[in-house]
Design a protein around this ligand. Sequence first.
Ligand code: SF4
Length: 417
Amino acid sequence: MQERRKTRQVIVGDDRVGYVKIGGDAPVSVQTMNAGFTYDIDACVAEINRYADAGADMVRVAVPERKDTEALRHILPQVKVPVVADVHFHYQRALEAVEAGVHKIRLNPGNISDRDQVLKVIDACKERKIPIRIGVNEGSIIERRDKQRRAEELGMYFEGHKSGHLLALMIAKLEEYLEIFAERDFHDVVISAKSMDATLCIDAYTEISKRFDHPLHLGVTHAGPKSTGTIRSTIALGTLLANGIGDTIRLSYASDHIDEVKDGLEILYCLGRRERKGVELIACPTCGRIQVDLFTLVKEVEAKLAKEVSLPIKVAVMGCIVNGPGEAEGADVAVFAGDRRGIIYVQGQKVANVPEEEILDRLLLECTTFQDKVRRGEAKLGEKSVEIVPPDPIGELGSGVDKIRKGLVEKVTVGGR
Ligand code: SF4
């Protein structure tokens, strides 16, 4: 893991919804975009607040028509998080959204024909201290009006996709766009450079992070259905975030956008880029040693704990005694199965041995009781009172620790320590 790259910081929000900082020392934020129509005011508010409740730090909405920006006036006073207006082609929509009090604008200068129109949007945002995200996304940087230029750029794209021509084009466009903002001394700019190709995303954001100090909005665009989109997105965003690159993220799946929020947060939790909220659930994949219906149990535990536990308690649900004790030792609350029963531990202490049909209720009870104790200051997350020693499977050959003690294993250095 590399340290986070230091960037400028932009601030999105207002006194009512609160402020989300992007870049600088702010935690990496998670966003998604509404799937419904913005002009459908009640549905739009409900959708934004649903994502907010799931953990989204801000939500973007499309404003293709005047009725959408008009709806913003009614939407903004009812939402729980800052709202970003997504503008394409019509600079007037951006001006109307700014006038309505939107918190951030997403704009591709390449999609607006007249430079003066772009300058008008920049001036309006500058006056109200509204940040703008600009994109040099793979799908939108190829010239659309000038036929000769389009042919040249498409030539670059198809010939040179793998050899960096597209990347060079992205950087060149970005420099062009940023010049327009510099002309107005406007620096509250967030940059995105999305592609549906995970490797291109990694290369593009890495290159941009070396050249510009603006905060970066990471995303793999049009990542596909959740089944493959998760993998595509996690590979690109996980690599970049582990390398210290990225200040706000949006996953984009062809599925319920609540998944984008949940998966985005999980990526950040796993990489330590955000403090976990809610349970961290560990579960075994099951095998021929399984002793209970573990898949059903895990599903039920996950759903119930999401509602009842808000502290980052580590909970392990294991199918048998082979890996059960090891996970029980590392988790705050754990159950491992044995002969259609569940043996439950809290911070290393065995607290119950119940039949399979009682596992769920008893585990939930232990989790909520433990959460109450932590809240009262009677227990601390991540502490354990006893060690559960598993049998040494290596026998006479000696354990790994023995080898380290005898100096047979080289010392591993982590981060210069
Ligand atoms: S904990 Fe037991 S059942 Fe689960 S995968 Fe490991 S060995 Fe198999």
